[in-house]
Design a protein around this ligand. Structure first.
Ligand code: LLP
Length: 440
């Protein structure tokens, strides 16, 4: 059994998180319930930041908040001195409402609307990561009309796609994001922006994938970007001050996953950037990263109550929980794997194998294909680990299932940070349909 962060088993044989009994949490707040171990989030944030400090380079660690966004987590991110990556007007609005320092907000997206761009200018956020030529046009017009400066980074695709242990390098990348580094698009984007009066081109950005377990792909990507920067320095005397290498650092969902420590990813990255910049004869740029999953993923646990079970003789035993793809789409969408434990009987031998099914009307609504558990009964509390990233944030109301509540636990205390949706919430935007009376 692998426990995460502050998790342990207490004298009652119950799972505890942040010093709080998970069974009590389920009883008090109901299930499904997202429980976040805030000490673990802080520890991860500090581990990234400390490595940069030890290596003595300028840096920003931006929390990729698409992984789990909300006022409370933005408040914690601010306390930890993180920057924030937002990708929509909605995330930006939430960040502003949380009081997040505006100058540390980075705005991403491959199709930012004029309204979103206006919002970024109104709020005077830290920077916009520019994705495409249409956006360059919108930004230029907006900045000129307003006579207002805005820092920008160009998002480029370096032709490296990484996922878990594999990466591929291609001359060109078939991605909806960013300017291709190899086919002249990035150079054109540079020419269109670097001398602009209001747009302050501060650097380059790339994000090469997710759930990555080795450092080679990050090194290759940084070398490619630095080579481009060196070219622009030589040809246009332009010096990039920021290199943003995105997120994608892997985490341990199951025993099959063997992630590196945050420090390892970052150290290798920094060394590559230092060597390549020295080789090219320009100052080491600030290095920015955007971890989402590796900051918040294993801090999150979902608690469910087990209800019905079904045996398919000689084939499989199903145990159904009171949530499913409505609060965690990842198994259905990506075949993602998770590990679990009975929170109320955490010390019992796990001698049975169950398929954990959700309650949605969809055969593919299975959370775990093969969960090793004791013989389960209705009312048992199932803890599914590592659901902190892309669980709540990708939740839906499919089948009109209400979104779960979210609780933060830290140092023996618990606090509700997002209320469970109610049935009233489900219809709050509905205005009904009244058929016009037929004309005579
Ligand atoms: N920066 C950029 C520009 C990104 O596109 C992403 C993720 C990140 C940072 C954060 O990546 P992370 O460190 O969390 O891997 N829904 C999928 C993941 C989609 C990731 C999209 N971009 C999942 O559940 O696995």
């Amino acid at each position: 059994m692998h426990l995460y962060g502050t998790q342990s088993i207490n004298e009652n044989g119950h799972l505890t998180i942040g010093g709080v009994d998970a069974v009590d949490l389920a009883a008090q707040y109901g299930t499904p319930l997202f429980v976040y171990d805030i000490a673990l989030f802080r520890e991860r944030a500090q581990a990234f930041q400390k490595t940069f400090e030890n290596e003595q380079v300028g840096y920003q660690v931006a929390y990729a908040s698409k992984a789990f966004s909300g006022i409370a987590i933005y408040q914690v991110a601010a306390q930890e001195g993180l920057s924030l990556d937002v990708v929509s007007g909605g995330e930006l609005y939430t960040a502003i409402q949380s009081g997040f320092p505006k100058e540390k907000i980075h705005f991403h997206g491959n199709n930012k609307s004029q309204a979103e761009i206006d919002m970024a200018f109104d709020e005077e956020i830290g920077c916009i990561v520019v994705d495409n030529f249409h956006e360059i046009d919108l930004l230029k017009k907006t900045a000129e009309q307003r006579q207002q400066k805005m820092n920008i980074l160009l998002r480029v695709t370096p032709g490296i796609e990484a996922h878990t242990h594999d990466y591929i390098t291609t001359g060109q990348e078939d991605s909806k994001f960013g300017f291709d580094l190899n086919n002249g698009q990035a150079d054109r984007a540079f020419m269109e922006t670097y001398a602009h009066e209001q747009l302050e081109l501060i650097g380059l950005h790339c994000h090469i994938g997710s759930q990555i377990f080795e450092t080679a792909a990050f090194q290759m990507a940084s070398e490619k970007l630095l080579l481009k920067m060196a070219g622009w320095k030589q040809d246009h005397s332009y010096t990039c001050s920021v290199l943003n290498l995105g997120g994608g650092f892997g985490i341990r969902y199951t025993e099959e996953d063997a992630p590196l420590e945050p420090a390892v990813y970052v150290k290798d990255m920094i060394r590559t950037v230092k060597t390549a910049s020295e080789g090219a004869g320009f100052p080491v740029p600030e290095i920015w990263i955007e971890p989402g999953r590796s900051l918040i993923g294993d801090a999150g646990t979902t608690l469910y109550t087990i209800g019905s079970t079904k045996d398919v003789p000689d084939t499989r035993r199903y145990a159904a929980v009171d949530g499913g793809m409505s609060d965690n789409i990842r198994p259905a969408l990506y075949g993602a794997k998770y590990s679990s434990l009975l929170a109320n009987r955490a010390q019992e031998q796990a001698e049975q194998v169950y398929t954990i099914a959700g309650k949605c009307c969809e055969s593919g609504d299975k959370l775990i294909e093969e969960a090793q558990l004791p013989e389960v009964s209705a009312g048992d509390i199932l803890a599914v680990f590592c659901t902190g990233a892309y669980g709540y944030s990708m939740a839906s109301n499919y089948n009109r299932i209400t979104r779960p509540a979210v609780v933060f636990v830290e140092e023996g205390k618990h606090q509700l940070v997002i209320r469970r949706e109610s049935f009233e919430d489900l219809i709050k935007n509905e205005v009904g349909y009244v058929q016009e009376e037929a004309k005579p």
